[in-house]
Design a protein around this ligand. Structure first.
Ligand SMILES: Cc1cc2nc3c(=O)[nH]c(=O)nc-3n(C[C@H](O)[C@H](O)[C@H](O)COP(=O)(O)OP(=O)(O)OC[C@H]3O[C@@H](n4cnc5c(N)ncnc54)[C@H](O)[C@@H]3O)c2cc1C
Ligand code: FES
Length: 306
């Protein structure tokens, strides 16, 4: 098992596990906490030879000087972090805050939608809208009640909260699009919808608001490498134009995004990612089933609850 450096880097002050695959890390980084704004992300390296992975700043506390990341273990690096990142250990490097902060405009009534892991990054936006004086309707979706997290945080900053679960074990049974439709049916004066989650979920959210012509912002998650607009890895098609999510986004107008192109591009790397995970599992001799039988979350499946 590879150790993270204990004497240098950025200290993990809190580790919390929401489920077998989802965990929270609160990291001491006063400068980042001071500069962070809703919608921004960081690029993290676990150790000196680690891959650089982008993660959304799910929360920041300027008084404590910490930022919070909520991570889903889907592949080599996120599983390695799940295994090694404990309270008191350190991340080797964190770069950021990156990306254009979400535009918290003058909207008076906003629906903030998070599906699955997307519930974490939508939180700072919901809070910022509340602080700006907007009426905030939260829609959060999970597969089941056991996977829910941060309900208390959302209840504290939302005027209304609609919980959706696949199995109906909490809130309404169904996808977050059902929650959006419920909000639209009740409120004819919604100015904006903001949705974060897997691409297929954000596509569904954009379709749910298109006929009502409600402005709908989504946060895109293409594969990023440098995060500075140099490599072109994160290019996305928006309104027929090529954009770089790392510097032009990650927030874009959901009605303009070509989600099919995004999902196609994300799938291109799957064989390489599986090979990297297998190599890492072999190297650390983890006693887990072969990759073919691993039940990893599929970022493209019709989001359960989302
Ligand atoms: C702006 C942005 C914000 C993100 N925020 C979060 C977050 O808050 N929490 C979270 O758990 N995940 C987040 N992600 C996704 C996260 O970066 C990937 O899950 C992670 O890189 C996977 O690495 P891996 O080695 O564990 O898995 P891999 O097996 O390498 O990849 C698994 C899947 O993750 C995606 N992915 C892989 N490499 C990258 C990369 N370099 N950049 C982007 N996506 C990649 C692909 O869809 C891939 O199929 C975010 C991605 C972006 C672009
Ligand atoms: S990550 Fe390289 S251009 Fe965006």
């Amino acid at each position: 098992m590879q150790e993270t450096k204990k004497d240098t880097g950025f200290e993990i002050v809190t580790r919390e596990d929401f489920s077998d695959v989802t965990y929270l890390l609160e990291i001491r980084h006063p400068l980042m906490a001071k500069a962070a704004r809703p919608g921004q992300f960081v690029i993290v390296m676990l150790h000196e030879h680690g891959e650089r992975i982008p993660l959304t700043i799910a929360d920041f506390d300027r008084n404590k000087g910490t930022i919070t990341l909520v991570i889903q273990a889907v592949g080599k690096t996120t599983k390695e972090m799940q295994q090694n990142c404990r309270q008191g250990t350190h991340l080797y490097a964190i770069v950021g805050p990156m990306g254009i902060p979400s535009h918290i405009g003058k909207a008076k009534k906003v629906v903030c939608v998070g599906g699955g892991l997307g519930v974490a990054p939508i939180f700072p936006q919901a809070r910022a809208y509340k602080e700006s004086g907007a009426y905030v309707i939260g829609v959060v979706g999970f597969r089941s009640r056991e996977l829910m997290f941060w309900e208390d945080r959302f209840r504290a900053c939302c005027d209304e909260l609609i919980v959706c679960t696949d199995d109906g074990s909490a809130g309404i049974r169904g996808l977050v699009t059902a929650g959006i439709k419920q909000a639209i049916a009740k409120h004819s004066d919604i100015d904006e919808v903001v949705a974060i989650g897997p691409p297929v979920m954000m596509k569904g959210c954009a379709e749910a608001t298109r006929s009502a012509r409600i402005k709908t912002m989504v946060s895109l998650n293409p594969v990023m490498v440098d995060g500075t607009g140099m490599c072109g890895g994160c290019r996305v098609k928006v309104g027929g134009k090529m954009m770089f999510a790392c510097v032009d986004g990650p927030d874009f107008d959901g009605h303009q995004v070509d989600f099919d192109d995004l999902m196609f591009r994300l799938r291109r790397f799957v064989p390489t990612e599986k090979a990297a995970l297998e190599r890492w599992q072999d190297s650390c001799r983890m006693k887990i089933p072969p990759i073919e039988r691993l039940e990893l979350p599929d970022p493209f499946e019709e989001v359960k609850g989302g």
